[in-house]
Design a binder for this molecule. Structure first.
Ligand code: PLP
Length: 490
């Protein structure tokens, strides 16, 4: 359907979208580079886009200020410290976290925040680490700290096809905690694979059973409000570029004060200590966030976080949320309805196909009229020629992908047993050889600058696969190993 007609039809199906028109104005001003370059950017779960005014305000600040290394008291240092501390307060305020309840630690990204928890949490024999199948690898990786320190770890399963947590299995796993030990439960507020919003009520439920809770909010907070007065996880992790595109290289770990007392840093570094003696082989860690911020912070970028938070506040999270909800609902309906001439579905969506308790991340694969999987890498390549950016692969979330595709432990083990050096690509080849399962997929995600035309462009692109066989779409010319692309073998 032509864009204008499709838009009119969309508005009758999602009338509340018109309440978000302020974002169309912003798209035409702050994000006009997208339309100037005819780009359809659909990877907001990978990273959001910045508004031009964020850059202007940040450059203005840098141009006017004299900012030195913050570890000192000279005026240039004091100016830096003032901006860093101001930004820290703005982060707490943004999440409605009282400074009496939480501290905010600046990190490089969400991964840096997760690693701080992993390496400092007092895992020990008798204690446990419980995590959902649906998790980013930076949360999965914490299991290696648990394992090294002798704590047990378990995965809470998801149920296909909607990819929500199996609540009764989760309840039983939560019951395994000995409240006298240190137990950590980690899950994402929103899946970076399926867009599922996992219930925030799990936080207090797990806490009441003797767990500290790590809520990975990286994929949730770009389009939803997290209110830490209402929900109080012990640890919260975010990356700011996922919320407002700029700056990269700054994330945060929010820690609830009672949990802070449990964390034991495995080392000290410049900036984290009040006292170190070489002769006495002694050190005294600094209190609070200072003990966790190794070396010199990214002090010139940190003030841009306050600017970015202000940008989100000015738009209103509710407006962003509603816009993304409408576009996601429409795209899901359209994709599910796509059929080949022989009436077979063209698309398989992983996860919920309605907007109920889900965000704007839609993960899918295309199938040909015979039901054969189309190579997602070739689909990405074809999209590239159309100026459409989306993500393909496993999105660093293997657990959700394994359940979505019904991959068995035996199939995965077979790939591992082929010898050292297994990659997503070699696993994908093995699966293709054995049948039609996929170890990867296509992820389309919406964010604050998305408009209907972007969603429509993806829908029209998807429709081009009607009646196309897997051979007809051609062969991929690049390879992806370990989530990194190489082209022509380079
Ligand atoms: C849910 C979730 N957690 C953690 C991360 C890690 O974020 P970063 O790569 O910024 O450290 C991501 C990134 O995609 C994510 O989506």
């Amino acid at each position: 359907m032509h864009l204008e007609n499709a838009y009119a039809d969309f508005l009758t199906r999602y009338p509340t979208y018109s309440r978000t028109s302020a974002l169309d104005t912003l798209r035409a001003t702050e994000y006009r580079r997208l339309d100037d370059q005819r780009q359809a950017y659909l990877d907001y779960t990978g990273g959001s886009l910045y508004a031009e005014s964020q850059l202007r305000k940040h450059m203005e600040l840098l141009r006017k200020g004299v900012f030195g290394n913050p570890h000192s008291v000279n005026p240039a240092s004091a100016a830096t410290t003032e901006h860093v501390e101001r930004t820290r307060r703005s982060v707490l305020r943004y999440f409605n976290a009282s400074p009496d309840d939480y501290i905010a630690i600046f990190t490089l990204n969400a991964t840096g925040a997760l690693k701080l928890v992993g390496e400092s949490y007092p895992f020990a024999p008798g204690g446990r680490y419980l995590l959902s199948f649906d998790n980013h690898n930076s949360v999965n990786g914490i299991r290696e700290f648990a394992r090294a320190k002798g704590a047990a770890f378990d995965y809470a399963p998801l149920v296909a096809p909607h990819l929500r947590l199996d609540r009764s299995k989760l309840d039983s796993l939560l019951d395994l905690a000995d409240p006298m030990q240190d137990n950590l439960f980690a899950y994402p507020a929103q899946s970076n694979f399926s867009g599922v919003k996992h219930p925030l009520e799990l936080v207090s439920q797990a806490q009441s059973k003797g767990w500290d809770v790590l809520l990975d909010a990286a994929a949730f907070v770009p389009t939803s409000r997290l209110d830490l007065a209402a929900v109080q996880p012990d640890f919260v992790t975010v990356s700011f570029y996922k919320m407002f595109g700029y700056p990269t290289g700054v994330g945060a770990l929010l820690v609830r004060r009672p949990a802070l007392a449990k964390l034991k840093r495995p080392w000290f570094a410049g900036g984290t200590v009040n006292f170190v003696s070489v002769q006495a082989r002694a050190h005294e860690l600094a209190p609070n966030e200072a003990a966790f911020e190794d070396g010199t912070l990214n002090y010139l970028s940190i003030p841009a976080v306050e600017i970015g938070l202000g940008h989100l506040e000015a738009i209103g999270l509710e407006t962003i949320n509603e816009r993304v909800r409408c576009l996601t609902g429409w795209l899901l309906e359209e994709l599910v309805a796509l059929r080949h001439s022989n009436a077979r579905p063209m698309v398989r969506v992983y996860g919920p196909v309605t907007t109920d308790s889900r965000g704007g991340t839609v993960t899918l694969n295309f199938y040909d009229p015979e039901g054969h999987l189309l190579d997602y890498r070739r689909v990405e390549e074809l999209a590239l020629n159309e100026g459409i950016s989306f993500r393909t692969g496993c999105f660093c979330n293997p657990g959700a992908g394994e359940i979505a595709e019904g991959l068995t432990r035996e199939e995965i083990q077979e790939a591992i047993d082929e010898g050292p050096g297994v990659t997503l690509q070699s696993f994908q080849r093995l699966l293709r050889h054995r049948g039609h399962k996929s170890a990867g997929s296509i992820r389309v995600s919406f964010g604050l600058a998305t408009n209907f035309a972007d969603a429509h462009r993806f829908r029209e692109f998807a429709a081009t696969f009607r009646d196309q066989s897997r051979h007809a779409i051609g062969e991929v010319t690049f390879d992806i190993d370990a989530c990194r692309h190489t082209r022509d073998g380079s």
